[in-house]
Design a protein around this ligand. Structure first.
Ligand SMILES: *[C@@H]1O[C@H](CO)[C@@H](O)[C@H](O)[C@H]1NC(C)=O
Ligand SMILES: *[C@@H]1O[C@H](CO)[C@@H](O)[C@H](O)[C@H]1NC(C)=O
Ligand SMILES: *[C@H]1O[C@@H](CO)[C@H](O)[C@@H](O)[C@@H]1NC(C)=O
Length: 585
């Protein structure tokens, strides 16, 4: 309400406009190693904002470009979420930290941007970073700034008023940057500080993403007071020949049970997870391992691979993710960015680009080998009209349409019974490390033995247009392999869009379970799927040309030789939450 805030906001726009003008006038002043820069599109207002395929319940601003999630945290009963945002256009550029608040992580109110270029230490960029809530309930943000020498530096920011639960204003002390790139650190590859943890050696500790030559690195820093940081002799972890590690995330998980752990927890019964976003592939990988506190060294378990054959939170469009600990419900929550698969020119015409995947709870699987993820329970409050289908046999080559419900904006959970595995195709070991290529070969159309069976979502009535979400079971030497796939090759008539198949294996013993579950969240141009109870997740962005709104259909299909049974299918229409529609001051 207060006029000082309005003045402040107006000033932001003046400051930003000035900054953009300068940048453009000097030409090529934007520095970003991982996004293509469309200078001519950066500040273009769309002629027409096309909302037909705009996601309705995934986190997004009303318009313009969004990328990485930043600094999620819980403070005085409120969830805070920041994200990389272009206030002036729907391609990457002019990035500020936009800020939203929520009491349920589902309905969001927008505040004015929290951090934006204003000082020498961030005048050429306010990039990703994390929040840490210090003892005494004092939040602090560390983020990457780009300085006039084009160096990536790490800066600190504090809330201007701790009595304001909305944390509207942030101050950046003059002593920034608190972590400059010192000798031996590549100043063009030094970004995305993590949440800090308090180590048993009585130091705050964090890592910053980097590389040395082709070696990906999580460079470790320590501080006694959170302001003075000292680089450790060795990184927390590194891996050869892989390129830049962006957006590292490092956190403890309970060896047993689903409860989340506060970031500083350690000791018996605690394992650790290190996730990195690989700039070279634009995918993310994580390992489960052990953190040796006395050496500040992390060692992945032998079951976790560090390279591009490793585990992924999501085998689709999901990047730059970040977790935070939610003390209110004692859980760890994962946020990740799902970009468009459209061209920048289409994004400009649409007037919007990028969403966050639905926040997911995550915990260590009983096997100890991988994480399990599930949409936060609050999401279920959006469920509306509901239908159930039970005990339906889907014969070889058969279909079942899920009727009497709108499915362009829906949540579908289905469990398949697989009575016999006799007809399972023989697994080709060549694809053991490349599920995605396997799925490109064995698409939804390719007849199989046990599977492909699953869902056709955002489908036209005649099923010519559809995105297929399915499983396929293979017999390998000593076990059965379950492949989970997204096949969007027929998702749209539009030629220009990128329609990659995405896939991962699901680590379940199908001979024991004889069942497999699938959940898909469908949101106009987002399909976010959870296989095997959240062991394998895939997110795709698709742009139907026919299956839009009321014209979107949902089918169960089976293109295998073996019949399968839907033991139960539940589908809900999803209502639209409050989504950053107006800025509150
Ligand atoms: C700090 O925030 C509280 C709560 O919103 C407000 O009442 C107070 O006026 C604020 N103080 C300043 C100096 O803005
Ligand atoms: C530093 O990183 C940049 C950006 O990735 C790269 O172009 C450059 O070659 C790197 N410099 C060195 C010395 O490795
Ligand atoms: C998302 O968009 C597709 C299509 O343009 C690109 O191929 C991906 O690299 C991109 N992903 C990220 C994380 O930028």
């Amino acid at each position: 309400m207060g006029s000082p805030n309005r003045v402040w906001t107006a000033w932001l726009f003046v400051a930003c406009a000035h900054w953009c003008f300068c940048s453009m006038a000097r030409n090529k002043m934007f520095v970003e190693p991982s996004h293509v820069v469309y200078e001519e599109l950066q500040s273009v207002s769309p002629a027409l904002v096309n909302d037909e395929l705009k996601p309705r319940y995934h986190f997004r601003p009303p318009r313009n470009w969004l990328n990485d999630p930043n600094g999620p945290m819980y403070y005085k009963g409120i969830y805070h979420f920041f994200y990389q945002y272009n206030p002036y256009g729907s391609v990457w550029g002019n990035i500020v930290w936009a800020h939203s608040i929520s009491t349920d992580l589902i309905n969001w109110k927008a505040l004015a941007p929290a951090i934006y270029p204003s000082e020498p230490f961030d005048i050429y960029g306010c990039w990703s970073g994390s929040a840490t809530v210090l003892p005494g309930d004092k939040p602090v943000i560390l983020y990457t700034g780009v300085d006039p020498e084009q160096r990536q530096v790490q800066n600190i920011a504090f809330p201007a008023n701790l009595s304001d639960p909305y944390l509207r204003e942030w101050t950046k002390p003059d002593y920034n940057p608190v972590i400059p790139p010192e000798l031996g650190v590549n100043a063009s590859a030094f970004r995305d500080p993590t949440t800090a943890w308090y180590a048993p050696n009585k130091h705050w500790t964090l890592v910053v993403g980097s590389k040395r030559d082709r070696r990906g690195m999580a460079i470790l820093y320590r501080s006694k007071d959170f302001v003075h940081w000292i680089k450790a002799k060795h990184p927390l972890h590194s891996f050869k020949d892989i390129g830049m590690w962006e957006c590292p995330d490092f956190f403890p998980v309970a060896a047993k049970g689903r409860q989340g752990l506060e970031t500083s927890e350690y000791g018996d019964g605690v394992k650790h997870v290190l996730k990195v976003s690989l700039d070279a592939t634009r995918y993310e990988y994580y390992t489960v391992g052990k953190y040796y506190h006395h050496m500040d060294k992390y060692v992945p378990d032998v079951t976790s691979s560090d390279d591009h054959t490793g585990l992924r939170y999501d085998y689709g469009n999901f990047y730059a993710s970040k977790t935070f600990y939610d003390p209110a419900k004692k859980r760890r929550i994962l946020w990740g960015w799902a970009n468009e698969s459209d061209s920048a020119y289409t994004d400009k015409d649409k007037g919007w680009a990028g969403v966050q995947a639905i926040p997911r709870s995550l915990w260590l699987d009983d096997s100890g080998r991988q994480l399990v993820q599930w949409p936060i329970e609050e999401f279920e409050t959006l469920r509306d009209k509901h239908i159930i289908v039970k005990n339906k046999n889907i014969p070889s080559g058969g279909f079942l349409e899920v009727q009497d419900i709108q499915t362009a904006q829906a949540d579908v959970e289905v469990t398949f019974d697989v009575a016999s595995l006799e007809k399972a195709e023989v697994f080709d070991p060549y694809y053991v490390d490349d599920a995605q290529a396997f799925c490109a070969k064995k698409t939804a159309e390719t007849k199989g033995g046990v599977g492909p069976f699953g869902l056709l979502v955002l489908a036209s009535a005649n099923r010519e247009e559809r995105t297929a979400v399915f499983f396929r079971i293979f017999k390998a030497q000593s076990k059965y392999m379950v492949l989970m796939c997204h096949d969007p090759t027929r998702s749209s008539k539009r030629e220009s869009t990128y329609k990659p198949t995405f896939a991962g294996f699901v680590d379940i013993d199908i001979t024991k379970t004889r069942k497999i579950s699938l959940r898909s969240l469908i949101d106009h141009s987002v399909v976010e799927s959870f296989g095997g109870g959240g062991k394998t997740c895939i997110t795709s962005r698709v742009y139907p040309s026919v299956a839009i709104g009321e014209n979107a259909h949902l089918f169960v299909f089976n293109n295998g030789a073996q019949d399968v049974k839907v033991s139960e299918l539940n589908a809900w229409e999803i209502t639209e939450p409050e989504m950053n529609d107006e800025i509150i001051y």
